[in-house]
Design a protein around this ligand. Structure first.
Ligand code: G3P
Ligand code: CA
Length: 258
């Protein structure tokens, strides 16, 4: 029996659908993004790369092998070749025929409906990708910060510095893995020169890290929660948002110490 919790006894948490609602639909497909939107995520997270002929596409791995019926590197295939692939059957037959989306079609389908957390995936493989992404956003008047609904992020921190110059009004995020568990206040202050978010693997999140990130003037959205227990731990650590495969784990939570 679920207990009804009043609004003031709930902790607000930004809910990010990782690669779309990827626990329920094939990651980085329109199906997964629609599912995230339907499930009322605050943001859908997308991974952007570039084809051989310069089209921006939404896919996580640098090869198409795991999430489509094709093989090869994203950067060695043309858009036409990638577009022919089936990006849904690996997940379930119900999603057979899903395509690898373009960045622009995701922007056009979801702008104004749900936030978009845009990850530049391996941008070092795609010279000029920062400019292309910026152009697509500027063409649509989506480069303004006013609605707070577009965030850029990458594990490639130089790419974020560059992107911040191209898109100074958009918030940017630093993604880090476990090797950053002992990030110093000085390093955080340097990131804060161009970044608004410090988004670590959830395994290194502690009370101290959360307060250091806040002290540096940034917010923290750890990745990737895949169980209710993991999400509740992050709620208790007072992070600002949770990047999750299961949107339903990150609705509201009774305020700490209740
Ligand atoms: O949004 C952060 C998260 O997506 C980073 O890891 O490998 O899922 O892109 P990955
Ligand atoms: Ca990602």
């Amino acid at each position: 029996v679920s207990k009804v919790i009043s609004k003031q006894d709930q902790q607000k948490m930004i809910n990010v659908a990782h690669r779309g609602a990827s626990g329920h639909a094939p990651e980085n497909t329109m199906g997964a993004f629609h599912k995230g939107f339907e499930m009322k995520a605050d943001y859908i997270e997308i991974d952007v790369q570039m084809t051989k002929d310069g089209e921006l596409v939404v896919i996580h791995d640098t090869t198409v092998d795991r999430t489509t019926n094709g093989t090869g590197k994203v950067g060695d295939l043309t858009f036409e070749e990638i577009r022919q692939l089936d990006a849904g059957s690996w997940f379930s037959e119900a999603y057979a025929g899903e395509k690898v989306p373009t960045f622009e079609e995701v922007l056009d389908a979801f702008r104004g409906k749900v936030g978009i957390l845009i990850e530049l995936k391996a941008p070092e493989l795609y010279p000029g990708i920062e400019e292309k992404i910026a152009d697509a956003l500027i063409e649509r008047n989506m480069e303004k910060t006013s609605n707070g609904k577009i965030i850029m992020q990458s594990f490639n921190h130089e790419s974020m510095e560059k992107s911040k110059e191209l898109l100074p009004n958009l918030p940017h995020g630093i993604l880090v893995g476990a090797s950053w568990a002992n990030v110093t206040e000085e390093q955080l202050a340097e990131f804060a020169d161009y970044a608004d978010y410090f988004n670590p693997t959830m395994n290194i999140v502690t009370d101290e890290l959360v307060s250091d990130v806040h002290e540096a003037g940034m917010e923290i959205y750890p990745y990737t929660s895949r169980s209710q227990e993991q999400a509740l731990r992050l709620f208790d650590l007072n992070v600002d948002g949770i990047i999750t495969d299961y949107t339903e784990h990150v609705y509201y939570h009774p305020v700490k110490n209740q």
